[in-house]
Ligand binder design. Sequence first.
Ligand code: P6P
Length: 350
Amino acid sequence: MTSTLQSFNIPEQALDRDCMTLSRHVLQQLESFTPEAQDLSAIMSRIALAGKLISRRLSRAGLMADVLGFTGETNVQGESVKKMDIYANEVFISVFKQSGLVCRLASEEMDEPYYIPENCPIGRYTLLYDPIDGSSNVDININVGSIFAIRQQQGEDLNGQANDLLQNGRQQLAAGYILYGPSTMLVYSLGRGVHSFILDPSLGEFILAQENIKIPEHGPIYSTNEGNFWQWDESIRDYTRYVHRHEGYTSRYSGALVGDIHRILMQGGVFLYPGTVKNPQGKLRLLYETAPLAFLIEQAGGRASNGEQNLLDIMPQKLHQRTPLVIGSKEDVNLVESFISEHKRRQTES
Ligand code: P6P
């Protein structure tokens, strides 16, 4: 007896997959329907909605007034703010404001966290995010991304400074990114593997694409801005000379972290943004860029550090703290770290 689907030549698994939406996948991951599981599922759905809204705007950016270009403002990072940064930041606030899910949103674009007091007694969840990472690429139609992490409030945030967020990356309940590329892809982890979803515009849903993504143990790609070469520590310069001189390495760098990390996740290799003479702590932000990505890459079987310490063990001292970043395949991160430790050894011996 063939099933109805088979009699219409509709592969059952294809239909099942089209029905595996993000919210259903979260509940399946948590193997539970507890209020906490429902909350996380609902939070991920709101993040997906934010991704849809941002994707839609980006796809029309060149055709609409007031989407491209700069606002003329400078953000807490001292960077010129793109109109798309502000729009995306507001999208995340809007999709969570009436959700009853999160009580705070901490963003690269906001000096202080945004509080939604009426939500605080509920999930006590906090969303940390970089609404548009790599926004300099928006005006030239090259991929950009959003990065997010979910944490739970610990203790009382009495002074409204959200100091309870200053915990290491192992306190993250979930993390991921949305890549606005040829297709819009959401990649996330709840600590039970890394899974990707692709936005099907015809359905308006993120549909499961790949489960339990594993990063190769080694890959050919090294991704870094070699324009900073003479700003780097000698150990990083020696690593760069090594990959220049040895077969089997190739450089890929887009200037947008999410796309560069996604390439490393899928093909293997290492991304590094080291400290420089001018910025010893590097450029990337710990709480809403490097820690979420480190969580994800570790879940995929890779590694992430600041060059010496596991990235997820770093205790932030302030909300917008920066860290150097070495992240990717285990073997390739280890190789970078071996140059750093060798230089430290020589310095202590001299
Ligand atoms: P640089 C974008 O501004 C960003 O924060 C990341 O997306 C990207 O990896 C990095 O900065 C690029 O910085 O100094 O190479 O232009």
